[in-house]
Design a protein. Structure first.
Length: 237
C-alpha cells in the first residue's frame, strides 16, 4: 500500500504542484505515494459555499467554521483511518526532522490547510488535530506549509531517493547542519578544494566533515547545537 496524503484546502488546484515533478513526481506516478486534494467548500452548508464567518469577540478577518471543517474531515477520513490529522498553523509545534521521520514511517497524513485568521478552536480540539508550523512567520494559508511537510516526508519513502545514504548525511539528520560540499574543478577562481577531500583517506574525510558540521551548527544554529549536546549528555548518562 502506498503512503497516502489527503489535503483539505480551499485551493485543491495547488496540489500536487511542484511535488508532481522531479523525484517526488516520479514516485507519485510509480504509486509509491498518492495525493488527493479535497475542496473544503464542497461541504459548505449554503448556496454561496460559505466556509468562514466573523470571529466572536470582534477583531479583523474571518474564521473558518467548525461545522464546515468537520464535515470536510468526515468526508475525507473514513472510520478507522489510521493517518494523523495535521493542521498547518503558526501556532503549532515546529516541524523538524524527527517528526518528518515519524510521519514518513506511517501510512500517510491528512493535512488541513487553514486560511483567513485560522480555524475555530472547537473543531481542532474535537478532532484531536496535531498542530504543526513550518517556521516562525505567517503565510497566506496552509498550502505552502503542506507542500513543505509532504516534500520532507516523501523523499524518505523507500524507493524515492536514488542513494539512501544521502538522507543520512544531510542537515538535521543527526541534529547537525550538513558539512560543506565540493566538486570539480579542484580549483576554481583561485579557491581550492580542502586537501583532505582529495586525500582518499576515508577516516580523515569523515573526521573533517564531522568537525565542519559541528562548527557550522555552533555558529549558525546555536539552538540546535545546545539540543544536540543535551541529547548527547543524556545518552551518555
Amino acid at each position: 500500500m502506498s503512503w497516502s496524503a489527503t489535503l483539505l484546502t480551499l485551493f485543491p488546484e495547488m496540489f500536487p504542484g511542484p511535488l508532481g515533478t522531479s523525484l517526488a513526481g516520479r514516485a507519485l506516478r510509480e504509486g509509491i505515494w498518492s495525493c488527493e486534494a479535497r475542496d473544503i467548500r464542497a461541504q459548505a452548508l449554503d448556496r454561496h459555499r460559505t466556509v468562514d464567518d466573523t470571529p466572536f469577540g470582534g477583531g479583523a478577518g474571518m474564521v473558518m467554521r467548525p461545522d464546515v471543517v468537520d464535515a470536510a474531515i468526515a468526508a475525507a477520513m473514513p472510520a478507522g483511518d489510521p493517518r494523523p490529522l495535521i493542521y498547518l498553523t503558526p501556532r503549532g509545534r515546529l516541524l523538524d526532522q524527527a517528526l518528518v521521520r515519524q510521519l514518513a514511517a506511517g501510512p500517510g497524513v491528512v493535512l488541513l490547510c487553514g486560511r483567513y485568521e485560522g480555524v475555530d478552536q472547537r473543531v481542532i480540539e474535537a478532532r484531536g488535530m496535531i498542530e504543526v508550523s513550518i517556521g516562525d512567520y505567517v503565510l497566506s494559508g496552509g498550502e505552502i506549509g503542506a507542500l513543505t511537510l509532504l516534500d520532507a516526508c516523501i523523499r524518505l519513502l523507500p524507493g524515492v531517493m536514488g542513494a539512501a545514504e544521502s538522507a543520512v548525511e544531510e542537515s538535521h539528520s543527526a541534529g547537525l547542519l550538513e558539512y560543506p560540499q565540493y566538486t570539480r574543478p579542484a580549483e576554481w577562481q583561485g579557491r581550492a578544494v580542502p586537501q583532505v577531500l582529495l586525500s582518499g583517506h576515508h577516516a580523515e574525510v569523515a573526521r573533517w566533515r564531522r568537525q565542519e558540521s559541528e562548527a557550522a551548527t555552533r555558529e549558525r544554529r546555536p539552538d540546535l547545537w545546545t539540543r544536540t549536546q543535551v541529547a548527547a549528555d543524556g545518552a551518555a548518562a
